[in-house]
Design a protein around this ligand. Sequence first.
Ligand code: NI
Length: 185
Amino acid sequence: MILPMYIFGQPVLRKVAEAIDPATYPNLQELITNMFETLKRSEGVGLAAPQVGLPIRMFIIDLDVISEDEPAYKGYLHTFINPEILEESEETSSMEEGCLSIPGIHESVKRPEEVLVKYIDENLQQQERWLTGFEARVFQHEFDHLDGKMFVDHLSAFRKQLIKSKLIAMTKGKFSASYKCKANR
Ligand code: NI
């Protein structure tokens, strides 16, 4: 089932999400399936639960969609429950990011190049490992969503000013997206 994408301005995107007990959370597998279907339809690489209106600490990442260019990501469809970032590298890199909850805006964001993360995976196993490259980038973007943050928060005051009117318009439902959205319109 395709879920509506909550758009910038929807309060759930600014909430600090709650950890869940994956063993008892109702219909978790169904939610994960629906999130992957929603992500595929909207042609994104990551989707956090708050983006489909649920303030819980969980996100999914699909890097299989870029595996034609990056064969190492073939079959990469993963779920991250109650994730934590334990360490960050001092080395940073900048890359253009977008967000399904902020359609039409793409900006360069600086983030640590590598992160040591801990999470519960789709098989409900505890994992702890260093992420690097694009995987680290997407993880950090999705992780932000669980703390009510979005990539535009990382921009300089100057860049923020440049997109301000677009963001205000978005909160009033003025934007275009090719997928089902939940917005003020
Ligand atoms: Ni996002």
